[in-house]
Design a protein around this ligand. Structure first.
Ligand code: LLP
Length: 488
């Protein structure tokens, strides 16, 4: 649910029934925004994975990320079925959306590969039991230490992003005699229709080799001639939260054209190609994402058509969905603390008001609203209410006025301290981008399935925070940590 867009806060004239919702309507869930098992019970309480969130909060506290395991796994399987089983593409789950050892294990069990972009993500993946050969390693600034470890553990592919990185890989492999499989990240010059900070294939940004400037071709040539590097193919990721397939189409056309040129000019048939992630999900009723089967059909048609036109064989393809697998299956449950009513501009009679509903989390557990103007919705999760709906804004408890979780949503007028409020579709880029701002303790991630709740990431404690706090003279170390014997 979402407030009408056009100037509702400054509406001329009395509020009309066209946008004033009916009492009781706030009790309903909009299924498209919630995980597959989510529903409200007779008390009006939210139940996910067979677990009543009131019980969950009683046991584990709030806020908490509630991860519907069936939802996560079924979306992973849907991508695998649509892309791997039907078209032979590989599906790499983009772990940056959300990763912990349990989820890494689910990814392996569901037969997906995994994309990581830091040594710590790699550690989590390995601890979760992911076969290193099924891991792709990304990043625009991988250090020599990171590259060396990735090679040592045997990752299946490293997606190179710069000439410096190619040189580093050449040095490492020359010194050790190791071989590494490499993809080349290219920028296809596409401006995906998404927020500026998450569009990544236009030219003026940090990622990848430009096709237009000739750098991408030069990178291919360098990798091809480097003895320790095994050239797999090109990689393109055009952005995130994209609904319109035309961006993928243009990118695929340009990347395949380069692929064909490499075959022609260098006589090199690159065996693989990756078209990245970026598939959008529904945060509000305005969003209408496509099913994986539809995406698979559209994308394989585009590739087949282009390859035919270019007279080349289709490379083995892969994609890297993150948000579309992790996003919809998790909601964040908060407890309401204070509620403040603010009069907005408008006619004196029947003046519009906004309820500022403060919850016990905020921008530390969901930075996306503040960072990207992201839209979210919410629902009263602990009871039914027959009170009339009023316009609400869900805000956190941080010392910042931009600390907003849900910009506009109808909430029942009797919403009060102690109520639970749940925000859907927080599975991607919320816990993974969470911070300790104001020394907030990051919430737990609790997986629910068949009536059982299992903590997969526990709540942080003050001891966790203080563990990195070095008191002068205490003898504590300023150095980074070591993982598997490697200084990070
Ligand atoms: N592959 C590459 C190379 C990527 O950089 C990304 C995301 C993905 C795959 C997965 O994209 P997805 O399917 O999840 O859209 N923090 C932002 C999103 C940043 C995306 C970064 N790269 C957000 O909260 O919207």
């Amino acid at each position: 649910m979402r407030a009408p867009e056009a100037g509702w806060a400054h509406a001329e004239g009395p509020r009309g029934p066209s946008w004033l919702r009916q009492p009781g309507e706030v009790n309903d869930l909009v299924p498209a925004l919630w995980s597959k098992t989510a529903h409200k019970n007779a008390d009006g309480a939210l139940v996910v994975g067979g677990v009543d969130v009131r019980d969950l909060v009683t046991e584990h506290g709030s806020p908490a990320y509630v991860l519907d395991e069936d939802d996560f796994r079924s979306r992973a399987r849907a991508f695998r079925d649509a892309f791997s089983d039907s078209t032979g593409w590989d599906v790499y789950y983009a772990g940056k959306a959300f990763l912990c050892t349990t989820v890494a294990g689910w990814i392996a069990e569901e037969g997906l590969c995994l994309d990581v972009c830091s040594n710590s993500e790699l550690t989590v993946a390995l601890r979760g039991g992911v076969d290193p050969a099924r891991i792709g390693y990304h990043g625009n600034n991988k250090t020599t230490v990171e590259l060396r470890r990735a090679i040592d553990v045997g990752v299946g592919r490293i997606v190179v992003d710069s000439f410096h990185e190619i040189a580093r890989l050449e040095q490492i492999t020359a010194a050790t005699g190791q071989k590494v499989r490499v993809m080349i990240r290219v920028t296809a010059g596409v401006e995906a229709h998404t927020h500026e900070y998450i569009a990544t294939a236009h030219e003026d940004q940090k990622f990848g080799f430009s096709i237009t400037s000739g750098d991408a071709f030069e990178a291919v040539r360098r990798v091809h001639t480097a003895p320790g590097l095994d050239l797999l193919g090109l990689h393109s990721h055009i952005g995130s939260q994209i609904f319109d397939s035309s961006g993928f189409e243009v990118a695929a056309r340009r990347v395949l054209a380069l692929h064909a040129r490499v075959a022609e000019d260098l006589s090199v048939e690159m065996p693989e190609m990756d078209l990245g992630g970026g598939f959008g999900i529904a945060y509000t009723t305005q969003d209408d994402p496509a099913e994986p089967a539809v995406l698979a059909e559209e994308m394989s048609k585009i590739v087949a058509h282009e390859c035919k036109g270019l007279g080349i064989a289709e490379p083995r393809l892969s994609i890297e969905p993150g948000r579309a697998i992790a996003g919809p299956g998790t909601c964040t449950v908060y407890e309401v603390g204070t509620v403040k009513e603010v009069a907005l501009d408008g006619p004196q009679a029947n003046r519009p008001v906004r309820f500022y509903v403060s919850v016990d989390g905020g921008m530390s557990d969901n930075i996306r609203t503040a960072l990207y103007d992201a839209d979210y919705s919410c629902t009263l999760a602990s009871r039914r209410s027959e009170a009339p709906p009023v316009l609400g804004r869900v805000v956190g408890k941080h010392c910042e006025s931009g600390d907003i979780v849900v910009m506009d949503e109808f909430v029942p007028a009797d919403i009060d301290a102690g109520d639970l409020l749940a925000v859907p579709a927080t599975g991607a880029y919320c816990r993974s981008m969470a911070s300790n701002y104001n020394h907030a303790l990051r919430p737990p991630v609790i997986a629910v399935r068949d009536g059982v709740a299992q903590v997969v990431v526990r709540r942080e404690t003050e001891d966790d925070l203080l563990a990195t706090d070095v008191t002068p003279g205490s003898g504590g170390s300023r150095d980074g940590v070591q993982v598997d014997g490697v200084q990070l």
